[in-house]
Design a protein around this ligand. Structure first.
Ligand SMILES: [Zn+2]
Length: 852
């Protein structure tokens, strides 16, 4: 790999002192330290005051082995302006500690070849501690531990951690290690946790606060669940499933890998308004509470997502925690394995689900959302400094990589693949490895050239454009050929992949598997077969690419997709038709018409959700307002009918939320209002507090002057304090008064007002709602301008979500122009990854604007 060999050649020769002034953790610094430092141990204690504004004081002892003490060594520490180092001792020697650009330089004169011991008293930085009134939790991924305490903040300096916490009496605590002692005295409680196995800094974690604790035992293992949910019935309804899903995932992973769970105890914490779906701290997984504690209105997808996120985080205990990427450029590896394993784990728990269809609809649309745009990125990206690591995350890592990994498994065979992974996990246990390490290991077991395969799929961005050519003579196929081309003609990449081409006939589908390993190839097995109704190169759910159908197949599918009997092929047809809309080959109006005719006939809930998604996007983003208003009565009527006739709560939930989103006619809005007020019940659908809030927000946007009445009433009747606080925050964004919205938007320029990122995003979506159109236009430029600061101050997904929420409501040429102007006037030093974020978030806007 180019990036890799580059630093092997030049990385080690650069001296650290020359880099001491560089902020963040550069690859050069990390390589230098990894070559000198080993056997790291941290003994850390924190004293957490009840007042969240008061400093958390900390003391730590760092011990490590050093092979070269001739040069200074940097410890990372960047606690923010109001916090500091109090004392620093190296061995017996007390010294003055200066923090320069986020580093404490330990002078060579005080270091020894061999064992070293540093003791530091400090005020902990608050930024990664997520301090709330009566709880806090750490998020140190990707390299934020040093924003709280001094450490070597890089993934390949794994350490053993011993943590002690001193917290207000009545608080519960959670760490990576098992609790070994607990004593309460004078209104304070001291907890000490056992020393951990070797862990990277980003996997070290703790939480403390007012949490309820649920305990349960599965397969002889006691697990704990800490949470803040006040709805006891909701907890009772969900707890068994949550413990069981964890136990099933642990059991599956132990069998697949042949390696017992590596970290002893196993607990998890449910955080309200958590930044991510979950975070895989070893032995102490943190989750977004709402993803695990489901409402009665949860859809089938919600239940699948819950099982998936639990399996994903559990799989990380092996892929990521036990074996960790050496540097964050390979962060995708742990994500892809976690997703890949999750897909394998979840299947047996949902025997009624079509898993091939689920894989297709879970990963392909999200991967395509980025990979079809000019803002796409390769799966494996170079990373010069960990302060940019956050920008590596996104759909390509989470959604394209699993598709690519499935292709790899098919290429080498499932058994060879599993044996290769077992070898990899065993060889690198409690240590670090790279993608080339794994590819080499697999390459030894197969005749294919995996390095070449890996280049197109892993080192480069975008997807192939796949075109079908069909010629028919006397009712029989004379020739069926597929060609692929690189959308970036300068590269001329070739994607080696397996396809399952489907030919559709009135009474059957015929599957023709092919291995596409050239620019153009004839599907020889098709020759002589009767002329089909349609040819779908990705009809078996395998092919990855922008599939352009022949015109006859496209026309047939745009009219007849619901008559295809196999749900997987229907799902493939929907994804292909969506690309046709975006490529300007199929009018959005025809897709909407097809969706409305399909919904009454669609039997698979996963397809229903995909169709509803496409319908909503086509309706809001690709239909001009006058046409939308004309269309509204028909759309609402179809959704209302489906809502009434659907038999499952989850399907009703899906239809209800679609109806809530699209409703425009006074009759429909009035009906939704009566549901929200409780005057009308939807038989078979129970709305949870969260649903009421979502409904109130939609109604407020459509209510004009009555908006305040609606929101005020909803706040008053919201029982959950976290949700109440969230809606109170969002409220001004729902206002019908432009001035009030302007003031709120302006307040987001202050980082303090962006602390609760999910709240901010909810407010942004309200501000930029398509019905708010013109008046919110003025927010676009400042939001774009703020992106750099958003990246600096926010969590890893925030820049992309900020941009999506900002541009997601628009479709006009003027707004597209605003985004283009921003992109063409960027300063030369503007981070490329942020530019790509803007490009990908603006993609639908660019496409819809160009169609008018
Ligand atoms: Zn993950």
């Amino acid at each position: 790999m180019r990036a890799w060999s580059l630093f092997l050649v030049c990385g080690l020769s650069v001296t650290v002192t020359a880099r001491a002034q560089e902020p963040g953790i550069s690859e050069t610094l990390a390589r230098d330290r990894a070559s000198r430092v080993s056997s790291v141990r941290y003994e850390l204690s924190f004293s957490i005051p009840r007042d969240k504004a008061a400093a958390i004081t900390g003391r730590e002892v760092v011990s490590f082995m050093l092979t070269d003490a001739s040069r200074p060594l940097l410890l990372d520490f960047e606690p923010g302006t109001s916090r500091r180092v109090r004392t620093l001792e190296i061995g017996p020697e007390r010294m003055a500690a200066a923090v320069v650009n986020g580093h404490i330089a330990l002078p060579a004169s005080s270091l020894h070849t061999g064992d070293n011991r540093i003791a530091i008293d400090f005020d902990a930085g608050d930024a990664p501690l997520n301090r709330n009134d009566d709880f806090l939790y750490t998020i140190f991924v990707p390299a934020r531990a040093h924003e709280a305490f001094p450490c070597f903040d890089q993934p390949d300096l794994k350490a053993r951690w011993t943590l002690s916490l001193d917290v207000p009496d009545g608080w519960e605590t959670l760490g990576n290690g098992v609790e070994v002692s607990k004593a309460t005295e004078g209104g304070r409680t001291q907890i000490r946790f056992a020393e951990t196995q070797p862990l990277s800094t980003y996997l070290f974690a703790f939480a403390a606060g007012k949490f309820s604790v649920e305990r349960d035992e599965r397969n002889g293992r006691t697990m704990r669940m800490l949470h803040r949910e006040t709805d006891a019935a909701k907890v009772a309804r969900n707890r068994d499933a949550i413990f069981t899903l964890h136990a099933a995932a642990l059991d599956w992973m132990q069998r697949y890998t042949g390696i017992p769970y590596p970290f002893g105890k196993f607990d998890f914490l449910l955080v309200p308004a958590f930044q991510f779906g979950g975070m895989e701290h070893a032995g102490a997984i943190f989750y977004n509470a709402s993803a695990l504690l489901l409402d009665l209105s949860a859809t089938q997808n919600d239940m699948l997502s819950r099982a998936s996120v639990i399996s994903h985080e559990t799989a990380h205990m092996w892929f990521g925690d036990l074996v960790t990427m050496r540097w964050f450029n390979d962060v995708w590896m742990k994500e892809v394995f976690a997703n890949f394993m999750a897909a394998k784990i979840v299947n047996p728990s949902f025997p009624a689900i079509n898993h091939d269809l689920r894989f297709l609809l879970d990963y392909y649309p999200l991967a395509y959302d980025i990979d079809r745009t000019d803002g796409s990125n390769p799966i494996r990206q170079p990373l010069a400094n960990l302060n940019e690591a956050g920008t590596l995350y996104g759909n390509i890592i989470y959604d394209k990589a699993p598709i690519v990994m499935r292709q790899l498994e098919r290429l080498v065979g499932a058994d060879v693949f599993r044996d290769g992974l077992r070898d990899y996990l065993t060889r690198f246990s409690f240590a670090n490895a790279t993608w080339p390490d794994l590819i080499r290991l697999l390459d030894d077991r197969t005749p294919d050239d995996l390095a070449a395969w890996s280049h197109a799929w892993v080192d480069e961005d975008r997807r192939p454009v796949i075109t079908t050519e069909l010629s028919v003579t006397s009712g029989r196929i004379a020739r069926l050929a597929l060609t692929q081309r690189d959308p970036d003609a300068r590269r001329g990449l070739l994607w080696n992949q397996q396809l399952d081409v489907v030919l559709g006939y009135p009474d059957r589908l015929e599957h023709l598997p092919i291995h596409m390993n050239g620019m153009s190839m004839e599907v020889e097995t098709a020759r002589g077969r009767p002329a089909p109704l349609f040819v779908l190169p990705n009809g078996g759910g395998l092919a990855y690419g922008d599939v352009h159908l022949d015109a006859a197949s496209r026309d047939w599918l745009a009219a007849n997709t619901p008559s295809i009997r196999d749900p997987l092929t229907r799902g493939c047809a929907w994804l292909t038709l969506w690309d046709a809309v975006l490529d300007g080959e199929l009018p959005a109006a025809r897709l909407i018409d097809l969706a409305l005719r399909s919904l009454p006939r669609e039997t698979d809930e996963l397809n229903v959700e995909e169709i509803l998604d496409q319908l909503r996007t086509a309706y809001w983003r690709f239909t001009p307002a006058p046409a939308r208003n004309q269309l509204a009565p028909r759309v609402e009527q179809v959704l209302r009918t489906r809502l009434a006739l659907s038999r499952t709560q989850s399907l009703k939930g899906a239809y209800f939320s679609a109806l809530r989103s699209v409703s425009l006619t006074p009759a429909s809005v009035e009906w939704l209002t009566s549901v929200w007020e409780g005057r009308v019940k939807v038989p078979g659908l129970t709305l949870a507090e969260q649903d009421d809030i979502a409904l109130a927000e939609d109604l407020a946007i459509k209510a004009g002057a009555h908006w305040r009445e609606i929101v005020t009433r909803q706040i008053a009747r919201t029982k959950d304090p976290d949700r109440k606080a969230r809606l109170t925050f969002v409220m001004p964004a729902l206002s019908s008064d432009v001035g009030e919205r302007d003031t709120f938007f302006a307040s987001l320029a202050d980082v303090a007002n962006r602390r609760h990122e999910p709240w901010v995003l909810e407010a942004l979506r309200a501000l930029h709602h398509p019905l708010r159109g013109e008046s919110s236009e003025t927010y676009i430029q400042p939001s774009l301008a703020l992106l750099r600061e958003i990246q600096r101050t926010g969590d890893i997904f925030f820049p992309k979500r900020w941009m999506d929420a900002t541009l997601g409501g628009y479709s006009s040429a003027a707004k597209a122009g605003a985004a283009r102007t921003f992109l063409t006037t960027l300063p030369a030093d503007y981070p490329d990854r942020l530019r790509r974020i803007v490009l990908s978030s603006a993609d639908l806007l660019f496409r819809s604007a160009s169609m008018k």
